[in-house]
Structure formats: structure tokens, C-alpha cells
Write a protein that binds this ligand. Structure first.
Ligand code: NAP
Length: 531
């Protein structure tokens, strides 16, 4: 079973033991003591002896050389002598000793000394410590990655193979999974940096020996390490297994997205065997295509779908079309899709849940069926991506839509594209908004969005406000925008953007799981994040 190893950069005995106790409490299985800064300290070896003896969890001892990304500047001889004193002189032994492949290969003498400290087929004493041979690249994927793995696999004294490198993109995670699948020996294969998160979370799915995690509130010892609590609570660590289905939110950037939090909480609530990850992909079609193909091409990853956001909504349609998949008709017309579904037979389906999310937010709050949308006169403010989906949805159901936009030509283009036999769409300049006699107003501009929370597309004294009027703000951060506060004060029915967000996510959830989405859970998590 894959373990969580809490990484601790040791500065002194008490600090390290206190952090190790906290790691144990948080649910770590192992602790890695990074003793890089003790190698030249006069009592460094004694501190490590005491650490090993008093550690609340089995431990890995690592004294990482500076040239390998660590903090120890000593030469290899000094470092190995320190490790001998640190690991052999005390009462207890560490579970593992981590040593760099490069140093192990460089000198027979060093190799011999390291091998005296660990268990291996040629060892004549009883030694409980296993050797982790490791290789790190903090810049990029090493060109000789597989040669390094093979060298570790063939080193008789090596019990565990460890490779870690800085992910150049999400695609590097796939190689980490392939290294784990080669199963020569127990293996740790991790990608560092923001794009390496999947390798850290899915280490358990691919049977790694362990993944490293930072202790909550601590900086961690390598870029991109999640905390123990993030792994266990946000990414469902305890539930992950080889069959777990993988989903994600594709965009650039995606670090701020609330989708991982709401989907993982929903999977948990319904005990659905899935996990949902942020998936950052550079904003070009080539990057989108190459990355999504690489994730689809590894069957053991069980990549089953993604929410797709800016700037890849158009790319999704092109990709699914090129791959011979199906594109929802209205998504095709909108020219943007936000949902990728990988069906059971492996075929792809691209759809748009934004328009349905917005439509349902309005009709359900008004207490009318979708069919009655045809009787509505709707003002859409803005003519960007969100407006496009909303105009498409409302005009499809027969509403009369007036698009008000700062750049009139964009509103006119929308009107031309989406006027249809049932729904009329007309364009109007923004300064005519105050004369509007629409019944429903939908803000599709970023006006009012954090940090510009004091802006609104409509003035407080707008004459059109009043009972019977519906004001829907697609902005959801903050939840209670200035527009909504003013409209509510004037007696309008107001709908926050969170309702669209939750409903569009619910549509995705049902498509992927064939289950009704737990919308209360979505709301709870989203509102707790928005404060
Ligand atoms: P977009 O494609 O960039 O379009 C933005 C639109 O707002 C454009 O029509 C733009 O007018 C207009 N605009 C921008 N700044 C303005 C200003 N200062 N004054 C007047 N008009 C302005 O953006 P989008 O993707 O449609 O997103 C728009 C909003 O929708 C975002 O703020 C987002 O919060 C919200 N949204 C919510 C959800 C949800 O689930 N609740 C989903 C998607 C989007 P020009 O054409 O003149 O540039």
C-alpha cells in the first residue's frame, strides 16, 4: 500500500520531533528527515541518532547534496562519514537511507560504505535499512531518465528506485506513471512543480512505494508538494485505488479553480470511485491536443472526463471533432464546449453545460418550466464567451433576447448568429441599457467581480428595477455583488452566479457518473470557499 511520507527539513531535534508528531497525527505513514544541514554540525550525527530513536514514525534519512538540489555542501566522503555515524552508531536504524544514484555510481569506495549501512543480498549482518537510490532534476525531465531507472534496477543494493524531476507540462506525469508501472522494484516516481501534482496524488493508483507531502503550515521540501491534509481530504487519498477514475479541470491558469474542491467533495459524499485534479495546459491547440491525447492513451489512468475552461473551450470542439467524437449540437453552434466526456466505449463527447446551467438557474428561481422561456424578454449584458452560451440557450428555447454590449459590433454579431425561427436576438448599445423594458437582466461582464467589487453594469436608481423583475449576475466572486444588492433592495428577484456554476457542474457530474449530482454538497463547499 502506497504510503504518505512527510518531508521535514531538520534544523534541530526538538523541531523535527514536534513536526514528526504532527505528521503522525495528520495521518502520515512515514517521515523523511532531511538532515542536509547537520552534516557539518559537531553534534549532527548525535541529533540524527536521537531522531531515529525517538521518531514517532518509521523514517527515511536523507542528506541531500547541493548539486542534487539539496542543502548539503560537503563532499561525498564527508557526507558518507556523517551518514555512517548518524545511521550506524545509535540504538535504532532508519527504515530507509536515501542516497543519490550519481554519487553511488561515481566511486567504488563510496558505494562500499553506503552498502555497509543497508540491507542487500551481499550483506552479512542483519540490517533493517533499505537503500533508496535517487535521482532528481529540478529543471526538466532528464534525457536519460530510463537509463537512470535501469541503473537503479540493476544495482543489487538498491531496494527502492526514486526519480523526481520538474514537470515541463502535464504530459510528464504520464512518464512517471509508466516508470511506476515498469515494476522492477518498489518505486517512487514524482514530478515536481505545479504541473506535477497528478504524479503526487495518483502515486497510490499506480502502486508507488510512497508519495511525499508537506506538513500543514510548513513549506515542504520540494516544489509542488501538497500537504498531508490536501492529499487526504481534498484528493481522497484513502479512497484511491488502481481503478479510480480520473477527472479534472483543464484551463490556463487553473490554480484558482474551485472545481476540484466541489467535485472531490461530491465524489466523497456519493462514495463514487473518482478523483478530480487541476490540469493546467498552455493556451495553444497543439498543447491541448498533445496533452489530452497523452492522458487518453494510458488506459490504466482511467481518464474519464474534464471540465474545460478558458482558453480551451473552442479547442475542445476541434479536438473531439478531429478524433471522430460527437459534439453536442448547441455546443457546436455556440462554438465552445466546457465538458469532455470519455464514454465507456472510449469515444469522446464534447458538450456545453454553461447554457443549461444559466437557463436552469433562471427558470428554477422563477418557478417556471423551460418551455415558458419563450414568453420572456431577456437582456444579456456583455457579448463574450459567457454571453454567447446564454444567448444560445435562451434563444434556443424561444426567448426574445436583447444583447447590450460596450462594443456594439460584437452584440450585432451575436444577434445575427443566434436569431432563429423561435427566438429573436437583437443588439443594442450599452448606453441604451437604462431604457430597457426587459423582464430578466443577466450580467455577463466582469463588472462587480473581485477585485472591482464596487462596479455594476446598472445604476442603483435604474428605473426598470422592481417586483417581477429578475436580475441574474453570472459573476460569482463575490457571491453578493453590488448589482444583486441594489436589485434586491429595489424588490427584484436576484440570482447569484454561484447558481449557474453549481448547475453547470451538476450537469457534468451526471454525465460522468450517471448519478444525480449532490448539489447541496456543491453549494456547501463553494460557499465555504467564497466566504
Ligand atoms: P469575456 O469573453 O472576456 O467577455 C467579457 C464581456 O464583458 C465582453 O463583452 C466585454 O465587452 C464586457 N466587458 C468587459 N469589461 C467591461 C467593462 N468595464 N464595461 C463594460 N463591459 C465590459 O468574458 P466571459 O468569459 O464571457 O466572462 C464574463 C463573466 O462571466 C466573468 O466575469 C465570469 O465571472 C462570468 N462567468 C460565470 C460563470 C458561472 O458559472 N457563474 C461561467 C462563465 C463566466 P467588449 O466586447 O466591449 O470587450
Amino acid at each position: 500500500m502506497t504510503k504518505i511520507a512527510a518531508a521535514i527539513m531538520v534544523s534541530n531535534l526538538d523541531q523535527a520531533l514536534a513536526l514528526a508528531a504532527k505528521a503522525a497525527e495528520l495521518g502520515a505513514d512515514l517521515v523523511e528527515y532531511r538532515v542536509d544541514n547537520l552534516a557539518e554540525s559537531p553534534d549532527g550525527a548525535e541529533v540524527v541518532n536521537a531522531l531515529i530513536e525517538k521518531s514517532p514514525l518509521p523514517c527515511i534519512i536523507t542528506c541531500r547534496a547541493a548539486w542534487e538540489g539539496g542543502e548539503c555542501d560537503c563532499d561525498d566522503q564527508t557526507r558518507v562519514s556523517f551518514l555512517e555515524n548518524a545511521c550506524l552508531n545509535g540504538e535504532m536504524r532508519p527504515a530507509y537511507l536515501d542516497f543519490e544514484l550519481a554519487s553511488h555510481q561515481k566511486s567504488f569506495n563510496i558505494r562500499q560504505k553506503v552498502e555497509l549501512m543497508v540491507d542487500h543480498p551481499g550483506q552479512i549482518r542483519e540490517v533493517p535499512t533499505g537503500l533508496i537510490l535517487s535521482s532528481h532534476d529540478f529543471d526538466t525531465r532528464p534525457v536519460d531518465l530510463y537509463q537512470r531507472v535501469e541503473a537503479m534496477a540493476h544495482a543489487a543494493a538498491c531496494r527502492v528506485i526514486k526519480v523526481a524531476w520538474n514537470a515541463r507540462s502535464l504530459r510528464d506525469n504520464i512518464e512517471a506513471f509508466e516508470v511506476l508501472q515498469s515494476q522492477y522494484k518498489p518505486t517512487i516516481a514524482l514530478c515536481m512543480g505545479e504541473d506535477g501534482l497528478p504524479s503526487r496524488v495518483l502515486a497510490k493508483k499506480f502502486g508507488a512505494l510512497l508519495t511525499f507531502a508537506a506538513i500543514d503550515g510548513q513549506p515542504g521540501t520540494a516544489p509542488g508538494q501538497p500537504t498531508i491534509t490536501q492529499l487526504k481530504q481534498s484528493y481522497r487519498w484513502d479512497k484511491l485505488n488502481a481503478q479510480t477514475k480520473v477527472y479534472g479541470v483543464i484551463g490556463y491558469p487553473v490554480g484558482h479553480s474551485m472545481s476540484p474542491a466541489i467535485f472531490n467533495a461530491a465524489f466523497d459524499e456519493q462514495d463514487y470511485d473518482g478523483v478530480y485534479l487541476p490540469m493546467r495546459i498552455e493556451p495553444s491547440y497543439e498543447s491541448f491536443k498533445a496533452t489530452v491525447l497523452s492522458w487518453l492513451d494510458l488506459p490504466s489512468l482511467h481518464f474519464k472526463g474534464a471540465s474545460v475552461t478558458i482558453p480551451h473551450k473552442e479547442n475542445l470542439i476541434r479536438f473531439v471533432t478531429e478524433q471522430g467524437g460527437e459534439v453536442e449540437q448547441l455546443a457546436q453552434k455556440i462554438g465552445a464546449a466546457n465538458t469532455l466526456t470519455v464514454r465507456d466505449d472510449g469515444s469522446l463527447y464534447a458538450s456545453n453545460s454553461d447554457y443549461a446551467g444559466a437557463l436552469d438557474a433562471v427558470v428554477q428561481n422563477m418557478g417556471i418550466p423551460r418551455e415558458e422561456v419563450k414568453d420572456l424578454r431577456v437582456a444579456v449584458i456583455g457579448a463574450g464567451g459567457a454571453a454567447r452560451a446564454i444567448v444560445a440557450g435562451f434563444s434556443h428555447y424561444g426567448a426574445t433576447v436583447v444583447v447590450y454590449n460596450r462594443t456594439l459590433q460584437k452584440a450585432q454579431k451575436l444577434a445575427e448568429e443566434f436569431t432563429n425561427p423561435y427566438g429573436k436576438v437583437v443588439a443594442a448599445p450599452m448606453d441604451k441599457l437604462c431604457d430597457s423594458c426587459c423582464q430578466v437582466f443577466i450580467n455577463c461582464t466582469p463588472l462587480g467581480m473581485h477585485p472591482n467589487v464596487d462596479t455594476s453594469p446598472l445604476p442603483a436608481d435604474f428605473a426598470g428595477y422592481g417586483p417581477g423583475i429578475v436580475v441574474f449576475d453570472t459573476v460569482y466572486n463575490p457571491r453578493n455583488t453590488l448589482l444583486l444588492r441594489q436589485a434586491r433592495a429595489a424588490g427584484c428577484l436576484t440570482i447569484p452566479g454561484t447558481e449557474m456554476f453549481i448547475r453547470q457542474a451538476a450537469t457534468q457530474y451526471s454525465l460522468w457518473t450517471n448519478q444525480q449530482a449532490p448539489v447541496d454538497c456543491f453549494s456547501r463547499v463553494l460557499l465555504s470557499r467564497l466566504g
